[in-house]
Design a binder for this molecule. Sequence first.
Ligand code: PMP
Length: 365
Amino acid sequence: MSIYWNHRVKNLSPYIPGEQPRQGGLIKLNTNENPYPPSPKVIEAIQKAAGDELRRYPDPACTELRSVIARRYAVMPEQVFAGNGSDEVLAFAFGAFFESAAGKQKALPVLFPDITYSFYPVYAQLWDIPFTPLPLAADFSITCTDYKQRSGGVVIPNPNAPTGQALSPSALVSLFRFHAQDGEGSSVVLVDEAYAAFGKDLEVAPLIHEHPNLLTVHTLSKAASLAGLRVGFAIGNQELIEGLCRVRDSFNSYTVDRLAQAGAVAALLDAPYYEEVNQKVIATRDRVSSSLRALGYEVIPSQGNFICIRSLQKSGPQFLSFLREQGILVRHFPKPRIADFLRVSIGTDAEMDRFLEACERFRAV
Ligand code: PMP
């Protein structure tokens, strides 16, 4: 606490990102990064962009990047917004579409799962938006019907993190319809597709043509192996995209730098490379999930590039520190119902074999 902080800052409880260790030699399975390198075409494009042109500001509208995204998702460039990682896009979306307690008497709460990406409540708090976390079912799935109630908006990560469970596109469509039904009372349904590329037929972005209240949010951090570049984007009807631009341009017009724009364009144009890489991640996830179950661990079925697992004998913190001693970093969330689980990002086959060996040893500890 500081006497210089204003009321708003005093009341924040900021997001705590996963550890980025300085020491080498660790197997890093804690922040859902892709274990494979970005496409060589991305590196080439960034190297080409790293020249004299850096004197100049980047294109604030990210014109080329937006048109490449538009082609990929069969939408118009006016229906695409690009930002500095999807964290930024999410922060802008909360500010643009969900009502703050100060903005409207009796603002209805935004709905999202109780066990989910822990940045959502932080954004809500930052913008003073009321929210209601809705409990996941006993099997950690999202109960779609719970979200069919009047609200200030809905945020669904699909697949959810850290559980890896996903809703079907048809279940999501029923939510878009429900929340579009009563004019003034209609609200935005935000689908965070950070991990959708690792699932089976989950993408709903092309449905924006039929559902004006749908905003999908995407990132190049996971499926495009570019967490270090910081590029995310949103797809939605033109009015929603304009709303995001209004927030961005009241904050910082140049959120995506020249190198990031060049690298992101090259990544989106090299779909075959990423298709191959991500199929490998999926195959490894499925293999490791079966092996862990055979060793007696509980594994929540996952459609992401991570799995959520539990030892039936020992606590989450015990499991976490054992893995740490073995040089393996994973993520633990000290929260009710998932405190005994660990979220393990899918690494290369060699890394996951080391992880499986450690899990085998842990049974004997
Ligand atoms: N959404 C979800 C569900 C996530 O897990 C993450 C990554 N931590 C993000 C969004 C943000 O990703 P980035 O800012 O790297 O695009």
